[in-house]
Design a protein around this ligand. Structure first.
Ligand code: PLP
Length: 488
């Protein structure tokens, strides 16, 4: 039937369903796309990191109309070539130091293509991809230093993982105090209090809002000079809340803060959590795998006692974007929060479906393939080597900054984030330097607010970044810093 279908569906030909293509054409397009992706990846370093677009260009694309009738499929690649690929986010480039985004591991790109072809839905069923997701979760948990029996799900990213973990924390607390619903719920819920530091990622506040906590129910604890949660202040806040009749239920630590790469004192926080019966969630979207590196492992001695941990494979593991992980010590805590089923889903499930552990029902199975591909390629030693790559480049950058008469360090945690500025630059000049740098397109970094004013922030978490990129970063910043017209 579909053999007669050409590039454009002939509306009059009812034997030819929309979207179907002859298998020879499918093969041809996949080969063409494979060449396109391979060319793109191998040429990425030769192009600008990012290319700014003006408002008109943006409006053109954002307003692109759906054509009245179908267009030839061959034009799709041409469209991408012209309107999308030349204006990348930048994170595929080795000299991208912005935010915490990396280039994709090539094998994981292949895995995502295969995942798209297999197209499993990992919310339901007992097929292979759901068990591969279980293996990916167990592998991540093991690398992170969590005990056997830890479970969880892959998510779209760290923000979603934080949300799932906070929801599980809330649900466990209400369940254990018999306040899951009814009048006790109505009484208890407004009294719940969660704690974070002033360096916590804003996704924690989003998660708190999403599970129905008011702003006042998320207590923000100050940090010390090294951007680590002040545990004495945490204890004081908990005691004050208890005295006021409130119900502390969870504390969120950050292992690898986004702003400066700090690691909260996990052992001391774990102790406080245990003492007051709080759920200890560790946001390790950036630094969740620190236990896998000998230089960082000391900070993670208490990670095995955490109730939950967020890890973002799309950050330090360089999977393609769209992959986080919520790792939970007692997976049933997630299931209590999300384990709703329906008559149209109930089969004779041998094992619970993964949809019972998260808010999503139909959910991509390709994520499991991508994580597995990277873990398979790296092995444990490879994960350590990859983290070591980031840390080694980070110390080279810090050394270059310290030794450079025109640069000054501002903040630097154990993780691979370095905050610095042109010596003596005020906030406006620092912002202007970042803007000029982004416009020039040779390297990319963004700025961050620190306890010591605005700083340039260089995050290193790409397998592609090399010492040449570090040199280029230092050269670009100093060259721009010497141009007085930019400091306005
Ligand atoms: C990046 C990050 C997040 C959010 O993760 P996304 O994958 O961007 O949703 C949460 N917490 C920390 C500490 C992060 O660095």
């Amino acid at each position: 039937m579909s053999l007669s279908c050409g590039d454009v569906r002939d509306a009059a030909d009812s034997s030819c369903p929309p979207l179907a293509l002859p298998s020879a054409r499918v093969r041809e397009m996949l080969v063409e796309a494979a060449h396109w992706v391979a060319d793109y990846l191998s040429g990425v370093a030769d192009r600008p990191v990012t290319t700014p677009r003006d408002d008109a260009q943006r409006r053109d694309l954002a307003g692109w109309p759906v054509p009245a009738t179908g267009q030839p499929v061959g034009e799709f690649l041409a469209f991408v070539d012209k309107h999308v690929a030349p204006f990348p986010c930048g994170n595929g480039h080795p000299a991208f130091f912005g935010w915490i985004n990396s280039a994709p591991a090539p094998l994981a790109v292949v895995a995502e293509l295969i995942g798209a072809g297999l197209n499993p839905s990992n919310g339901m069923g007992e097929h292979a991809a759901v068990d591969l997701e279980r293996a990916a979760i167990a592998g991540l948990a093991d690398l992170a230093g969590l005990p056997a029996g830890t479970g969880g799900v892959l998510t779209s990213g760290g923000s979603m993982a934080n949300l799932l973990c906070l929801a599980a924390a809330r649900s466990r607390h209400l369940r254990r105090t018999g306040a899951e619903d009814g009048p006790r719920y109505a009484e208890a819920h407004p009294a719940l209090v969660c704690y974070q530091s002033d360096q916590a990622h804003m996704s924690i506040a989003k998660a708190a809002r999403t599970i129905g906590l008011s702003a006042a129910q998320l207590r923000t604890v100050p940090t010390d000079a090294d951007y680590r949660m002040d545990v004495t202040a945490l204890r004081t806040a908990i005691c004050a809340d208890l005295d006021a009749g409130l119900i502390p239920f969870a504390v969120v630590s950050t292992a690898g803060t986004t702003a400066t790469g700090a690691i909260d004192p996990l052992s001391a926080i774990a102790q406080v959590a245990a003492e007051f019966g709080l759920w200890h969630h560790v946001d390790g979207a950036f630094g969740g795998l620190g236990a896998a590196h000998p230089d960082l492992a000391g900070h993670y001695a208490a990670i095995g006692q955490a109730d939950s941990l967020t890890v973002d494979p799309h950050k330090t593991l360089n999977t393609p974007i769209g992959i986080g992980a919520a790792l939970v010590a007692r997976p049933d805590d997630l299931r209590h929060a999300f384990g709703l089923t329906a008559s149209y889903l109930d089969g004779n499930n041998a094992w619970p479906w993964l949809s019972e552990y998260t808010v999503e029902l139909t959910r991509p199975g390709g994520r499991a393939l991508a994580v597995w591909a990277v873990l398979h390629q790296l092995g444990r030693t490879g994960v350590t080597a990859l983290l070591d790559h980031y840390l080694t480049l980070t110390s080279l950058l810090r050394q270059a900054i310290e030794e450079h008469p025109e640069l000054e360090p501002v903040a630097a945690g154990p993780w691979s984030v370095t905050c610095f500025r042109v010596r003596g630059a005020d906030d406006a000049a620092t912002a202007a330097t970042a803007r000029r740098l982004q416009e020039r397109g040779n390297v990319f970094l963004a700025t961050v607010s620190t306890k010591d004013g605005l700083a340039l922030r260089a995050s290193i978490c790409s397998h592609l970044t090399t010492t040449d990129d570090i040199d280029a970063l230092v050269q670009e910043v100093t060259a721009i810093g010497r141009t007085p017209s930019t400091a306005q």
